[in-house]
Design a protein. Sequence first.
Lengths: 416, 223
Amino acid sequence: MNLKLTTSIAKTHLLSRKKQSSIAALGVTFGIAMFIAMTAFMTGVNHLLEETMLSASPHIHIYNDIKTERPSIVEELFLEKKIIIHHQRPKLEKKNLRNASQIIHRLQEDKRVFGVSPSVSSQVFYNYGNLQLSGFVSGVNIEDEDRLFSLNTKMKEGSIEDLMMNSNAVLMGAGLAKKLNVHKGDRINITTPSGEIFTLNIVGIFQIGIGQIDDVRSYANIGTVQRILQKNKNYITDINLKLKDLYQSKKIAAEYAKTFNYKAEDWETANATILISFTLRNVITGATVITILLVAGFGIYNIMNMTIYEKMKDIAILKATGFTSKDVMLIFLTQSLIIGLIGGILGLCLGFLMSLGIEKIPFNTGGFLAIDHMPVNFAIKFYIYGISFGLITTFVAGFFPSKKAGRIDPVDIIRG
Amino acid sequence: MIVLKTSQVTKYFFSPEKFKVLDSVSFEVRRGEFLSLVGKSGCGKSTLLYVLSTMDTSYEGTVEINQQLLTGKSKDDLSEFRNNHIGFVFQFHYLLPEFTVLQNVMLPALKLAKYSKDEIESRAIEKLKLLGVYSQANKQANKLSGGEQQRVAIARAIINDPTIIMADEPTGNLDSANSKIVFELFDELSTNFNQTIIAVTHDKDFASKTNRIIEMEDGRINL
């Protein structure tokens, strides 16, 4: 009952100065709208980048990292460290994972793992006509690779089945194919690091959406690449895997590195620069939004202070006729919260409209990313955050003036 | 029956320098008395009224209303007590300007919440009729003339059937015709409804017509 009464007094006060109230509410509206629009856009960009990145990068990549810092045989023989070898030359090391089939087997047994794709990768030169381009060829079980990276959905020409059915076949990245000016059905020569030349049939073109991959990579069957490199059936250089929970990657990667004694790199480490840019974008968004809300908050603080100054006599009367300090405080705090609520809801609507507008802006990445408009995230949680921030800001901004109003001594005012 | 009793009420003002504004004031008021507090300006009569009203709590001595000791109670308890037992009429009419006349009268009763909203409304209408300002009930409070506003203020003061009405220069800001009306209303409340009224005034004519006059001088009362 009391709350109903104070609320109705608060409403009457607000309605009696519509202009001031709307200006205060507009401050909140713009703050919240900016918050919604900025977070929608920023997280939209983050999501897009993360998705693109994850669509092409495994959660964990296990490979044989070349180590040049190694104890030399001489040092091992003379343990007293009387002889020290400085500046060793790299020795000839095999790039393969020695017990690959066992590792793959154990990974497939692991319940946390979603899919495993072993591969043999090698640097090659692509020769077509007089043009020679360097790049990579990955020998994979295309079905395993498809399970990890949904290659089937990224085929521009041909299909992954075409690769399965041909032994000397290759799927080529779209950027690479464009540079070489080749299409499905063309034949291409590749030169391996050891100087061998092979001829492969292009059976398909894929586009993952990341230039760094589409411009250099092609896929072949694992057996084909093993043959090109003149290695046996057990020769595996890389194992890519995806987990059921990608945020466990760091922990599990460390575990695998220890168990298998090979380098196991998680996606967060591999893409550290992109992830840092996410964090920085979030910091910038946060700082901007907090500044806007702070300004809106000060606006409300000022208006509430002015209102209370104007309403001194009324406050004195209310207190003289039996309203407690708490009642008076509630009257003004309610006004502030109503401003926050109305301003906030309008802000959510405006923010939504702004997000819709941003989504319509064309955006050309020059083929680097597979989008043509600005990415926008319409997640409901930002709207909940938005209205909460609005209410918290107005609460804080209204709290101190309201408390002051509650403390006004009626005798001082009435006696002048 | 004694409705108000003070004993040895002493109060100081500290700025600009320490000054004894009330000096051991002790007196009693009986139910139904229409009492006026008079004296030269600065004699402490208004100060005494605010001590009696429970709004001013910094004094020595004790104040009892309705056999209830009020000295030392918390501000919120006192607010509640005022709501229930004390009606105010001030020199400047002090209605809430954004509210209608009817709402102004209803507010203290809505705060008390003893009756339902509909009952409060009909009671407020009854009081406005009693004071002859019912025709203005739905007007904005600040659209009324001074005399009308003061009558609305009296209606507001009696809405909760208070033990005591306290009035601070109720006619101080009114012309003689309106002063006369206000006095007659007080007088009517006192005679017909046995309403206790304490009014601070320097209007000699007003004071002379009340039941009892307490004269103050230098913070003391002459009984």
